[in-house]
Design a protein around this ligand. Sequence first.
Ligand code: FEO
Length: 400
Amino acid sequence: MSDTFKGSKVTDDVHWVGAIDWSVRDFHGYRTSRGTTYNAFLVLAEKVTLIDTVKTPFTDEMLARVASLVDPERIDYIISNHSEPDHAGALKQVIARTHPEKVFASKMGVRALRENYQLDGVTEVTDGQTLSLGNKTLTFVETPMAHWPDSMVSYLNEEELLFSQDAFGMHLASYERFADELDPYVLDVEAAKYYANILLPLSKAVSRALAKITEMGINLRIIAPDHGPIWREDPMKIVQDYARWAEQKRTNKAIVVYDTMWGSTDRMGRAIGEGLAAGGARVKLMPMSGAHRSDVATEILDAGALIVGSPTINNQIFPSIADVLSYLKGLRPVGMIGAVFGSFGWGGESVKLLAGMLEEMKVELVDEPVKVNYAPTDDNLNQCYKLGVRIAEKLRGKGS
Ligand code: FEO
């Protein structure tokens, strides 16, 4: 086994033994511009315990990190907090190579591990159950749908350390293991992007999970998620961020998402942006020629208004706009107002289609669509500008 990869210390008895994926750029549709980590943790208690594993191609890297600390065959217990392949993909191989006494997962986790990986013999743990590791104790808390039905978190009582699986994570590859060693701006951006793209549609489950952890009255000294850095300085900050994001509180930010064929819809979008800014809204224009759907999702996290524009092409909306709206619909944002606009040559169906899609997303359309045949005239651009001003007026009073 390679001795290139080392474990790294979280506390005296807890070590990070995960993997760094510097190259991943697509995480089921989410652009992971800064790569990611798959975090696994080794608890060096009397019962040596591995918390989660890694994505399959990183199995050897993870086991090498374990071997830098202890013979992998000394692992007694493995806890599978979450069965998605980025954390359980390596599990079957790890079991075969380390022969643990027991593997634990939630009831839904036991089922997922059996059906997705043909892995039998996993022991079910229930909500609130504790597991003695000899000189340390783990407490399991089920957090269904944060992120999958099987999700649970494990709290190491003596260390006041929460192994939080996907929750409180981010996609960020780095050799720094702790959040306080990284640029706070990058942390804020990546944590928000992760919440928006992974957890936004599950916000109610996130609120329930946060309430459950609060009711337990436990102290959170360290939060160790399955992706990105570990929170040890002010770990409650990310908990408070999650509570705020789960509320989906809207601000006076408006985002204008559009694509263009020959520049007409682009000119309309820019005129709407001018009106929004003149009306006092915070504005972000997102032409899809340069934006990725996951960046739009990040802006949706606190935007008060979503304005969407598309030319008509073959009686349909532009493919890039269909893509981003399909993605946003799945994220189920709530409480936004919006409007649509578009240009056309001989059809003009795009605005009707856009309006229908925004209505399906429960975006409240606050004005008539602006629709332009061929290139926009000055009057058309003034109409777009006024639409922006009216939407900004409706956003007034919301926070920034
Ligand atoms: Fe990081 Fe839901 O897996």
